[in-house]
Design a protein around this ligand. Sequence first.
Ligand SMILES: [Zn+2]
Length: 343
Amino acid sequence: MASRIEQPVPSRKQVNTSDSNEAHDMIAGNFNNMPLLSPTLTPSQVPVSETPQVPPKVPDEVRNALPIHEKLPEVRCMARARIPTTHGPEIFLHLYENNIDNKEHLAIVFGEDVRSKSLFAKRPNDTQQDRMTRGAYVGKLFPGRVDADHDSHSKKSLKFDSDGQLIREPSTTFMNNPCLVRIHSECYTGETAWSARCDCGEQFDEAGRIMGNAGHGCIVYLRQEGRGIGLGEKLKAYNLQDLGADTVQANLILRHPADGRSFSLATAILLDLGLAEINLLTNNPDKILAVEGKNRDVKVLERVPMIPLAWRTDNGIKSKEIEGYLSTKIERMGHLLEKPLKI
Ligand SMILES: [Zn+2]
């Protein structure tokens, strides 16, 4: 039953007539007794706290039985660029290609010295100009700079082994794990269209604020809109929510898993960035297991809770939709938040 991670989205052709009638009955009235086809991996009855938590130990036999990745996809960083931000700290945006889909997944990195193995490795016929253009340089770019591997301002130099792989050393490369990490799935509606149905935009901003203050961090930004169902299907789910379904029920009525996201790409991207030990910003216990995978290629040392701003300040999202959304996350998806009695 615990099958929502790495599960392919069922095709529409698989829906038979009785399923359609079932879905129709649900739309017609009763969403409440709907069985969860894709339950969470872990029970939600876990103590809640705002302080970082060491994740509970998961025995190997339990971990191995979970639908989480074993083999990692291949990823390659194509380009990295510095972006000064309106909030103050600059970020280094990394764009990745991979061998399992055609999407441009991203890593939003805080800290110039977090270095992608695949970006910095010497490539055939690589010139210093090529390396600067794709972002494989140390220190800062400035007009007239000619050497990517050596920064004459900071006097820092990158070193490479005989295979052209970057030698990671503390003077040039961030090695001070654990690093703060958030795995964020694209949400056009919440991040760009000001949606108050979900808290994705707020969580994204908050993760950036925390990492900016810390000086180092990485938001892995996966292009899996609407928990993996895509924007078109998500808009249909919004209409079902206006008809009375919650966010989980709406996905199930559309014959999608409650959560069709996959996190193995995030794991591969973190390893490429040398971030093998992380403190993960999340309320979702499944994400810890999903990013670690069966082999714990990446280890989550601490879980850092993300408490909604509206619960602890006068700011944050206030809408009747967000209350329902957060309740669903807590009650149906096992998120480790404790809803205050009064919002
Ligand atoms: Zn969202």
